[in-house]
Design a protein around this ligand. Structure first.
Ligand code: UD1
Length: 420
């Protein structure tokens, strides 16, 4: 079990380059299945979830070769349409492979997805999408099977999402690209990773209109072609490191980020007292925090709202902020597990349903805590950097699912942090 040890209370100072985006690269890897040929992705992060997705692609028959951050996927021959259960349990996003398998082979199956334990995570919208694309869907106790009707694979259709689910929107895009006819998705998620996926698919030869909006139109094409795409920097990793600067104070230059995607988090950080300068030409920003932050009121929401994935990293620095803060989590029903760990460090956080009330305590004190999920684990790292004494974070496997090397990156900012 990997652990991270941190000596807190030292201001940060330095520069860090942000890894490629996890939530962008995973659906792109799934989309590579659509093409009977080669897809090359650059700036691919070295994280557990990418390894897991590679494992799935290989088990389906793809060849995956990675050199540095460049990943080549050759999906010329597929030998099965069944996604092994062991992978699906490890990573929730594997469910979006069903859309790609339907488009390419006309059938697919997988178990029910796993992933972080952050409340009930149904897949009803995914199933609705697959049905709208003409598939027969049979959802048994432990397996979902999809199959095109008769001799047809996917067929274009009208999809209205009652909620802008990121995964269901990706599912719909992947299923629609090779479908017969036109698909319209109303109420699509607008996260920057979706717009990136659309650009990537267009680079493979897909015909998509409305990128970046909640209404996407996809005209099915017969086949795609070889392509190359550099994955954008991870806005959530960038936001986590900004939260670390807020907790520990100091200044940092954060490079390789899509700045517009961080507009709202940056606005809130400035409200809490940070100075942020953006360098649009270099895709970089400089954040500087000289004193204890001020409290904030935050509500998570689908993009362009505040990202739920930054909720716990922000809670981490707000736990030490002046005055009171309130966070309302509207995306996932049970995403406050990290509050309990922050309390062990002295934080005063009261959780009631989907709302957390935080009375700032300064400084928090280091102790032994446990990562409860991916972003929550990273949030504990941020909190520990601002806390007095030593913190040991256990169960850091969660963090490795999404952060290439959080110790390396924060050490580059002068943090006293190491894996033990
Ligand atoms: C993706 C991100 C995750 C982020 C989340 C919300 C990836 C790999 N993961 O997850 O980091 O936190 O978006 O921005 O990109 N829902 C249903 N039925 C469904 C699907 C979803 O009710 O069929 C609900 C979920 O339970 C949740 C909400 O919709 O309450 C948002 O989920 P969704 O947007 O689908 O998130 P993911 O795609 O799983």
């Amino acid at each position: 079990m990997s652990r991270i040890q941190i000596q807190g209370f030292y201001p940060l100072k330095g520069r860090v380059s942000i890894q490629g985006s996890k939530n962008a690269v995973l659906p792109m890897m799934a989309a590579a299945l659509l093409h009977r040929g080669i897809t090359v992705l650059a700036n691919v992060p070295f994280i557990e979830d990418v390894e897991c997705m590679k494992g799935i692609l290989k088990s389906l028959g793809c060849r995956c070769r990675q050199k540095g951050g460049v990943l080549e996927i050759d999906a010329s021959f597929l030998r099965t349409c069944a996604i092994p259960d062991s992978y699906v349990k490890r990573m929730r996003s594997s469910v979006i492979l069903l859309g790609a398998l339907l488009g390419r082979l006309g059938e697919g199956s997988c178990g029910y997805p796993g992933g972080c334990l952050i409340g009930a995570r149904p897949i009803d919208l995914h199933l609705q999408v697959l049905e709208s694309l003409g598939a027969q869907v049979s959802a048994g106790c432990d397996e979902v099977q999809v199959r095109g009707r008769g001799k047809r694979k996917a067929v274009g259709g009208m999809i209205r999402l009652r909620y802008p689910s990121v995964g269901a929107t990706e599912q719909a895009l992947l299923g629609a690209v090779l479908a017969e006819g036109t698909t319209q998705i109303f109420g699509a998620a607008r996260e920057p990773e979706i717009a990136q996926l659309c650009r990537f698919l267009k680079g493979m030869g897909a015909r998509i209109e409305g990128c970046g909006t909640d209404c996407l139109t996809i005209c099915g094409v017969k086949e795609l072609h070889d392509s190359y795409f550099p994955v954008e920097g991870d806005r959530i990793v960038a936001g986590t490191y900004m939260a670390a600067v807020m907790a520990a104070t100091g200044q940092a230059e954060i490079r390789g980020v899509n700045l517009p995607a961080l507009k709202l988090p940056c606005r809130l950080l400035m409200k809490a007292g940070a100075r942020i300068e953006k360098d649009e030409t270099a895709d970089a920003l400089r954040i500087s925090m000289k004193e204890r932050p001020r409290g904030l009121v935050i509500e998570t929401a689908p993009y362009p709202g505040f990202p739920t994935d930054l909720q716990s990293p922000f809670m981490a620095f707000l736990a030490g902020a002046k005055g009171e803060s309130r966070i309302r989590e509207t995306v996932f029903e049970d995403r406050f597990a990290t509050a309990g760990e922050l309390r062990k460090m002295g934080a005063r956080i009261r959780v009631q349903g989907r709302e957390a009330e935080i009375k700032g305590v300064w400084p928090l004190m280091g102790t032994k805590v446990q990562a409860k999920d991916l972003r929550g684990g990273a949030a504990l790292v941020a909190a520990a950097l601002g806390a007095g004494g030593e913190t040991v974070i256990e169960n850091c496997g969660y963090i490795e699912r999404g952060y290439e090397d959080i110790c390396r990156d924060l050490a580059a900012l002068g943090a006293r942090i190491r894996r033990i």
